[in-house]
Structure formats: structure tokens, C-alpha cells
Design a protein around this ligand. Sequence first.
Ligand SMILES: Cc1cc2nc3c(=O)[nH]c(=O)nc-3n(C[C@H](O)[C@H](O)[C@H](O)COP(=O)(O)OP(=O)(O)OC[C@H]3O[C@@H](n4cnc5c(N)ncnc54)[C@H](O)[C@@H]3O)c2cc1C
Length: 413
Amino acid sequence: MADRKVDYLLIGGGLASGNCARWLRESGAEGSILLVGREPDLPYNRPECSKGYMQGREERDDTLFRPPSWYAEQGVEALTKVSVMALDTDTRVVKLSNKEQIEFGQALLATGANVRRLNVDGCHLDGIHYLRTLGNTDTIRSDAAGKRVVLIGGSYIACEVAASLTELGSTCTLVMLEDVTLSRGFGEQAGRYFQKVLEDHGIAVHGGDELERFEGADDRVSTVVTKGGLALEADAVVVGVGVNPDVSLARAAGLSIGERGGVEVDSRLRTSVPGLFAAGDIAEYESVVHGGERIRIEHWDVAFNMGKTVALNMLGRDVAHDVVPYFFSDLSDWASLEYVGPASSWDQEVVRGSIDEGEFSLWYLVGGRVAGALSVGRSDDLEAARRLIASRKEIGEPGARALADLSSDLSEL
Ligand SMILES: Cc1cc2nc3c(=O)[nH]c(=O)nc-3n(C[C@H](O)[C@H](O)[C@H](O)COP(=O)(O)OP(=O)(O)OC[C@H]3O[C@@H](n4cnc5c(N)ncnc54)[C@H](O)[C@@H]3O)c2cc1C
């Protein structure tokens, strides 16, 4: 027997839940809304953990999705430091870590992701950090600012943190499997541009190498040893080697987990249980803008927009999630990138603008169709990219030539 019943239960205190609560109210929902999150903070903008908040340019309150007063004003009950421990899809009751049992009318599962942890010799030494939360940022800032820091990984988190810590006076060295930073998502041509930006700011980059072990003194990390034979002195280490969607609650509840490790949902973000939705990093959804292909994306804008789609569908609007996935990343204020796609593979890259001058868009084509586009300083190009991705229009060689020609009007493609 549940202690009480709510109309809308939002499981997970992140962006997808926060924006779902917002859109429920903005779209006229009058029932009770309960958001349950296990972190100490109300929903916040996680990207700031490696950017403005890490650099000290933003206060903790600046990162919040909505100020604390908003929740009371909107009649949204938000619990922090409380976990949903179990979800029973038959009785539609959840058990909370504060011992409450809550029955729900409809629910959103948005439990986000957990960092992948390394399991090598020395991995338990002090001074080795992972980054997912504001609290992690506080620890990294106090432990690594102004020191010699080795970053493991060549993607967003490691690159962004290297840039932010450099701004805080740290001497940063990056070790990664790939030959060139950020090349997994963007290819080597774009990756070389970003790597040069990092190197021009004094960050040493070691590509094509792999972590072998950590060595320490007095239980604290002192050296990072690589399989390629490097022994890098380190006062602190930050590991950024990806995340795993947190599907533990969903799995235990018997929901279907897809090939990409996420909770399987349809184009409306519905699970197989009526009135139960999933969104954000855990949602493996049928993307109507990718011909119905099932994808899972770990980015801010996707979680944000999915929160809205779920709210509308909870209110019976029956809308497909049809937003072309977008994301951004900043290397301090040295370089900013934006991207729409995603292109998992491509057979042609077309540059519009000048990579050398740091103002370009890079287009990823598969079989003459646009699958993704990266922009550095050319945000306006992304509108055409969104349209071309969603339409799946074959633009072929004439289209590719037009993309490369700055005098061509992209709206005509
Ligand atoms: C350091 C960092 C920088 C980033 N930078 C960018 C960027 O520049 N651009 C970009 O597009 N994306 C970026 N991202 C990714 C983006 O922040 C995520 O994709 C987004 O936050 C996902 O939102 P979400 O609501 O799905 O999950 P989350 O934000 O992870 O929120 C899920 C919440 O649910 C909680 N939770 C989990 N299980 C339970 C439970 N059983 N009970 C209660 N609560 C639970 C979690 O603790 C967490 O607080 C970044 C991420 C990080 C960590």
C-alpha cells in the first residue's frame, strides 16, 4: 500500500526531469508533480561542471536549471538526496530511500549516466578523479588547480577539463587511445584543429597510447605510466573515458534494454509500460529524423528537448521526438564547437570556410546525404544541416561542391 499518490513522477533529478516538470506546467498540467533526485542539488546544467563552474566564472546557483523558488511557485515538489530504490510497473508504485512508497499516474525515468571507471594497477590511489557532478568539480578544482595534471581520454570531458584547469594555472598533459583529440566524433581533420588549439595553450597531447598503470607515493598518485613507455609525473589525474547509461532501476523493473545499453522507447519516448516514459542519456529511442533508426545520445540539448516531448505526451498530445540532435562543447574561451547529427560513419568530409582561420563548418556525408555537420564559428550553417539530415535528401557531388563554396546559398540545397 503506497503512502501517497502523485499524478506525475519524475525519476532522476537532472535536466530531462527538470524540463519535463517545466513543460508539464507550461502546457497546462494541473496534477501533482514529484521530482526525485539523489544528488544534493536541484536539477542543474551539467555542462558547466567542466566549463564556467570549474573555471570559477560561475557560481553554483548560476548552474541551476531553475532557481529553488521556481519549484514552490510552480507547485513542483522536488526531493534531493533521495533515490528511487525500486519501481514496480504492475502496482505503479516506487520505493524511495526515505522509506516512502509513492503510487504514480504517469512517470518519467531519467536516471542519466555514470562515469566509466578504470580498473588498472593503482586506480584506487588518491588524486585520481572522475567528473559527473558539481561536487566532483569542487573536488577537482581544490585538488588539481595549479598542479601537474594528467588527463586520460581524448574526448569532450578530458579536453574541456584540460582547458579549464589550464586557465586555473595547472600544467596539463593528455593521454588518449586515439591519434588525434576529438577525432572519434569529428574525424582527424577537425580533430587536428582542436588539438592544435589545446597545444597552442601549452597542453601536451600524447595520442595513440594507452594507460598502463598509476604509481603512487604515500597512497597518492605520482606517476602515470603508459603502454607506449611514458612515465608522466602527476600531482592529480582526471579520467574522462565515457559514461554508461544508468539503467539499473529500469533493468530491475523488467524494462527492455537495447543494444546501445539504454531503455528502449518508441518515437514518443514511451516504454512498453503504459504511462511510463524514458528520456535523456538513458533513452534509446526510435528517431524519426533518422528514418526510425534507434539511437541513444548523451547530450544536454537532447535531454532538454526530450523532457518537453515527454511532458507533451503525458498530456496526450501524441508527438514524436523529432528534434535533430545537437550538442556543443567549449575549450575554455579558446574554441567553441557545435554539432548536429550524429553521423556514426561517413564517406566524405566537406569543409566550408577555413579550418586554419578557425571559422568553418565541416559536413559529414554518407552516400551523398548529409549525416552530420560540425561548426566552429559558423552556427548559421547548422540550420541547413538540420534540414538536410532530417529530409535525408541526396545532394550528391553538386551539393557537396555547393557546401564547399562560400558564395553558395545553403537554403537552396
Ligand atoms: C562534465 C560534463 C560536461 C558536459 N558537457 C556537455 C556539453 O558541453 N554539451 C552537451 O551537449 N552535453 C554535455 N554533457 C552531457 C549532458 O550534461 C548530459 O547529456 C545531460 O545532463 C543528461 O541529462 P539527463 O537528465 O539524462 O541525466 P543527468 O543529468 O545525469 O541526471 C540524472 C540524475 O538522476 C539521478 N538518479 C539516477 N538514478 C536515480 C535514482 N534511482 N533515484 C533518484 N535519482 C537518480 C542522477 O544522480 C542524476 O542526478 C556534459 C556532461 C558532463 C558530466
